[in-house]
Design a protein around this ligand. Sequence first.
Ligand SMILES: [Zn+2]
Length: 192
Amino acid sequence: MLEVLRQPLETGCVTISRASGSCTFPARFILCAAMNPCPCGRGEVELGCVCKLEEKRRYLKKLSGPLLDRIDLHVEVRQLSQDELINVPAGEPSAVIRQRVIAARKIQEARFSGIRGVYCNARMGSRELQQYCRLTPASEMLLRQAINRFKLSPRAYDRILKVARTIADLAGIAEIPESAVFEAINYRKAGF
Ligand SMILES: [Zn+2]
């Protein structure tokens, strides 16, 4: 079923065709999904994983490359040790993060004011990408290396730029620093 989300993830609309005709509806949404690293769920031999390499490969192959390509942030969450489970450090409060997100959205609203249909980084087209996602020579070099090494698609390239722009906005930085590009590339781990 996930595969049918490819079109709405890309275009933000869904077209339903029946004998009497076809209708297109708005379908912009945030996709959050979680999966286990392998069929047994433990992921690593040290953690008790009993899966064979081939089983693991077959399991991971259930998600197609084109679908993974459309998911911007891939975050691997490793299993916590007993110590980590018991002594969980207090994280940053959600209210503080919320303020940062609101500030970043305001930056984006101001950036795209007057541009029809674009109100946040995710909605940027190629023209906006060129205008607002200029990279420093060092960042450009880093991204070129990642493209070669991980054989990234043009879609992944655009999405990395958008994520890097957002990371910089969250930090309140006008230029996209090398660290933001590096972080954005790191969110594309699955499928490599
Ligand atoms: Zn396993």
